[in-house]
Design a protein around this ligand. Sequence first.
Ligand code: ATP
Length: 329
Amino acid sequence: MKTIAVLTSGGDAPGMNAAVRAVVRTGCENGARVLGIRRGYAGLMAGDMYEMNLRSVSDIIHRGGTMLYSARSKEFTTEEGMQKAISVCKENGIEGIVVIGGDGSFRGARDLSVRGINCVGVPGTIDNDITCCDYTIGYDTALNTIMDMVDRIRDTCESHERCNIVEVMGRRAGYLALNAGIAVGATSILLPEIDFDIQTDIMDRMRRTQKTGKKHFIIVVAEGATEKLVEQGISGISGLARFIEHNIGVESRATVLGHVQRGGSPSVKDRVIASRMGSYAAHLLLDGVGNRVVAMQKEEILDFDIVEALNMTKSLDKDIYRTAMEISI
Ligand code: ATP
């Protein structure tokens, strides 16, 4: 009987539970013993795991977060930590691990694979920033959460004829900000990937729309773009609110959405894709294949060598940004 394991690592994302469920059920239905490792690589090194069965993953498909808990571990990135993890795998007869997480977690999966423990990565991160994938588990739910939250902000923004600046997650990648910005009709969208000028991209746009009768404004800022504001002498989104009030005369408020973006019941899309990816990953391990990342490209589920996947590049579609700027004026 084969023994495979599953863990969730790095930042949690809605849909991770659906992926865990799919790994466990695929493994059990194909005659494998499936171990659930708690708290990512930290739990692996500590041997914090238990045997799962078909019923262990009942009633989780609709839940955000991860039933296996998630963690980050510096110790695991050291050779000593890695050897600890390998010993635990050997003691427990673990032949392969499905690692659900972001690119940091995939680097850990690569390092375990080269040391003889087959690992398959499944992309779980709300930022959609994994280079080999068009889509990552949690992204759709997070987008919908942001849209819902900003719609609420818009109600009060409109009543008071204000400008509301909303910071969303995305340190290195602006997918959430760009697509949420389109969905909420933001006047300006600031992204880490695209240089912007406060005068041209915010103040001038606001003034132009004011002349056409617009009285309330939403500005969406990715976390990573906040740092660029500082470079232009503006202290974050609160500083931007003060700058707009002073220069345009529109009362302005700043909101950081924060961790609300990580939670919530996963969307249909996240549940379905997570289920397909989890099952695909378990089948790879059951077939004795490791050192792979499961990905989605053009609606198709496929897999890549982890090292190749980590070396791929992906860039934000500038045409989508141009469209956003053209229509939200
Ligand atoms: P998110 O996209 O949500 O941040 P992530 O998987 O990229 O998710 P990280 O914190 O970067 O999150 O990585 C999770 C864990 O993976 C780390 O705590 C560490 O244990 C392991 N890890 C990260 N980078 C490496 C690396 N270069 N080599 C080995 N292990 C790594």
